[in-house]
Design a protein around this ligand. Sequence first.
Ligand code: GLU
Length: 434
Amino acid sequence: MSATSRPSPLLIRPEKDTFLNEENPFEGMMSRFDYAAERLSLDQGLYKVLRSPEKQIIVSVPFQRDTGEVEVYTGYRVLYNTSRGPAKGGIRFDLNVTLDEVKALAAWMTWKCALVNIPFGGSKGGVVCDPATLSNTELERITRRYTSAIIEILGPDSDVPAPDVNTNERVMAWIMDTYSMHKRHTVTAVVTGKPIAMGGSLGRREATGRGCMLVTREALRKLGMPIAGTRVAVQGFGNVGSTAAMLMEELGLTIVAVSDKSGGVYNPKGLRIKELQQHVREHRFLGEYKEAEPITNEQLLTVDCEVLVPAALENVITRHNAGDVKARIICEGANGPTTANADRILEEKGVFVVPDILANAGGVTVSYFEWVQDRGGYFWDEETVNQRLERIMVQSFDEVITMSEKHRVNLRTGAYMQAIERVAAVHRLRGMYA
Ligand code: GLU
């Protein structure tokens, strides 16, 4: 490809005084994609294909509130790339959902599935709403109406949703039921992250957090750092953050800080995660917990620790706070927690960033296992699930290290390169349908 055919990554890659729009996750994703594609010398045609989402759907979701009032919310589903298999990706219910965010998240799913080498493409969906203000029955009506609005693209062979921000097993059960009622028979493999009793996989709920723990363990080993005495701060105490904190504590690490949207708690000697999980079950948020010092979400990111796990939302580590991060390792439990501008600052500081598409890939990996079990109608015990997850996470970590060392790039670029290479290889084999 000629140097003029697309902007040089050196221009795209944020340099000291040329900052990207940090808030736009799609631009952030694209700047990393461009940089990795350039390093791979990806040919011009494939570059254009892989930069474009395959399908973007915007739907209106009308529903009746419990009061009888009618509201209309907006829903999205983006299929970014399906060359390697059915589209795979979560659905989030959140007020901040935008088409650009869903596009970025769908692209990340494409790279993530390719990186851990499972036979899926990438997709993502979302409904713009605030679940905290909705009753259970309202949530169910929204879920069913959104599902029916996108039903043509759903299916075990075409697009398979899963939980994401503010959605859970309950929501997946409603999606599976709505889809199955339309098909006139039960189709368990249309969603993953379902309740175990209706075709869910053992170990799925813990899988993303378990994956974070496994890659953190590998990162410590790689850097020659000990387990004992290593301090961890975890932002986000939902499914990913709380499980990662619990499994890291079990591994022997010291969890010094955790937070949720109500704020956080800090204890330099170590928190007891099971106790905090119990507190959250009883009081919903961490805020009221009295046995440790309070800390804000912003403070948590720059607290004294060796490992930082951002496991909440996008864009929390930015050019404004990246310089103050004390951690030696960042393990990205969330999707897109670090902006492209922050990447450069962290790289200069020598922070070892285990990128989202690797660090949080445990979830979709066990989603793959769930889909396989549903389709085979034969279910595995939890030990088998966890062993197979560990094998994939460790191998993917090693592959990213090898790629990064070979091309002398950071882990994020190495991970993108590995993933883009795999997607591009399938495009080359399949050729172009004209
Ligand atoms: N929402 C999760 C993610 O971002 C899981 C996706 C899935 O299991 O399909 O990776």
